[in-house]
Design a protein around this ligand. Structure first.
Ligand code: SF4
Length: 481
């Protein structure tokens, strides 16, 4: 079916006219000032609109021009824009902005090639500024635009950049400037990233809903929402001290997880700043490897656990800090960093022994209460779970033997929660640092949330957060009741 874009867009225009206007469009309408639009766009990345709007208000009260911004220190800017996501990095970029604008005569340039030379300005920001501030044809592809265009089947792409390129070819030009504001508003209000409101969607009759999981309905037809929902996040940070320099604390606050499980922390608590060890609102638990700078797991929890178990009483694995378990009243959370089988599968036997021990451990805990296993299992289960399966059949992470253990896990009644909701290819959690693999989405899905089968109905959603950078892995999440 060809998606009827010319029918759908006017319907959406009417629909979103009563929604909140995305903050950047609002600032553009209110100020008609490219400098303010640019600054608001920089502030808005990975930040809720209301937080961006308040931060922009505070900042513009002190600095409404590039010249005024140049008089503020980075510390001043940090204070004014907090708590927008990545406020330290954004403050640094804003501190550099007045100097960088000098190359363009002190004014905001109106073309993409020039804009992307400014600090903190990527292609998405540049497109938005060109479209919204200068009313020139440009297609900004926010995650909402990328996601919804794929749900409609109007594009079949895996990255926002690919979506932009396809839209440049096929989207009628009269929609270019508006499409971002329109789909951001619609994506925030109706077609939400998780559990979109298809039940009340004005374009439901036209939408093929590709890859969409319907909302789970409770009795009476409403989605269950309550205090018993918990948001669990798992992230292989590939070195906590390194990721801390890339805005880890901002991400932690932004994700606002009830429980955050980390793998490959590569640190002992005494090597960490107090800021990292004692995060307000969380208790932290550490299972570091004996060897410094290697492996290790940690959990930050808002919910006080009943008990914490360090390892599986197997010194060869426990010395590497591979497993950290928190017992809560109604479930066990097992945070795992599975060994890598290593090139030429040199460490396969060690990994297989670890896997056997882990499964037996899970089975033992499962006899008491729900088991949630999360972490980097260092294996892509099926061909759909990596970009180049044929080239990797004998490689660590996709060897027959490692995949066989995943089969065994599933046969034992455990559930790969992400695949309950999403059957699409191109959904990855790890990308090599080499060959520009992340930008090209040449990745692997090796980070999981697994639950025992009898607890399957407690899972409300499972997701991958590929937009969060800082490590070669991205976080994965589970909404669980
Ligand atoms: S029908 Fe559902 S998936 Fe399709 S656009 Fe509407 S809310 Fe989104």
């Amino acid at each position: 079916m060809i998606f009827p874009i010319d029918t759908v867009i006017p319907i959406l225009e009417r629909e979103v006219s009563s929604y909140d206007v995305p903050v950047v469009d609002l600032i553009a309408t209110q100020t008609n000032d490219p400098f303010k639009v640019l600054v608001a766009t920089i502030l808005s990345a990975r930040t809720k609109d209301e937080v961006t709007a308040a931060a922009a208000r505070r900042l513009f009260a002190r600095a409404s021009t590039a010249a005024e911004l140049a008089t503020l220190t980075v510390a001043d800017v940090e204070q004014l824009i907090y708590p927008v996501g990545f406020f330290r990095t954004k403050a640094k970029h804003l501190g550099e902005l007045p100097g960088a604008l000098q190359r363009f005569g002190g004014v905001v340039p109106d073309d993409i090639d020039s804009l992307v030379q400014l600090p903190g300005v990527g292609r998405k920001t540049a497109n938005l500024v060109v479209a919204v501030a200068f009313h020139k044809p440009a297609i900004c592809v926010d995650t909402h635009v990328h996601r919804i265009m794929n749900i409609w089947g109007y594009v079949q792409t895996t990255t926002p950049l690919q979506t932009e390129m396809v839209l440049r070819q096929k989207l009628p030009r009269q929609y270019w400037i508006r499409i971002n504001g329109l789909l951001v508003a619609f994506g925030q209000g109706t077609c939400k990233p998780q559990r979109p409101h298809c039940d009340r969607c004005v374009i439901a009759a036209y939408c093929p809903r590709l890859g969409v999981t319907p909302r789970k309905k409770q009795q009476g037809g409403t989605v269950r929402q309550g205090r018993d929902e918990r948001k669990l996040i798992s992230w292989n940070v590939n070195g906590l001290r390194a990721v801390a320099k890339n805005g880890f604390l901002d991400v932690l606050h932004e994700l606002d997880a009830d429980i955050l499980a980390l793998q490959e922390i590569k640190a002992h608590p005494d090597q960490l700043d107090d800021q990292l060890r004692n995060v307000s609102g969380y208790q932290s638990f550490w299972h570091s490897a004996k060897k410094k700078g290697y492996a290790g797991t940690a959990v930050f929890s808002k919910i006080p656990p009943l008990r914490v178990l360090y390892g599986m009483e197997q010194p060869q694995f426990d010395d590497e800090g591979r497993v950290l378990t928190l017992e809560y009243p109604d479930f066990y959370l097992i945070n795992t960093y599975s060994p890598n089988a290593q090139p030429e599968l040199k460490r396969l036997a060690f990994k297989q022994e670890f896997n056997r021990t882990l499964l037996a451990y899970m089975d033992r805990l499962r006899s008491e209460k729900t088991v949630v296993l999360c972490g980097d299992l260092n294996v892509a289960h099926k061909e759909i779970d990596l970009a180049n399966p044929k080239a990797n059949v004998k490689n660590p992470g996709f060897s027959e033997q490692e995949r066989a253990w995943m089969d065994e896990l599933i046969a034992a009644g455990y559930v790969d929660t992400f695949r309950q909701f999403n059957q699409e290819a191109g959904q990855y959690t790890w990308w090599s640092y080499r060959f520009n693999a992340r930008a090209k989405n040449i990745g692997w899905r090796i980070d999981y949330f697994i639950v025992d089968g009898s607890s399957r109905d407690r899972v409300l959603e499972a997701a991958i957060h590929g937009e969060i950078t800082g490590s070669d892995h991205c976080p994965v999440s589970l909404l669980f009741r």
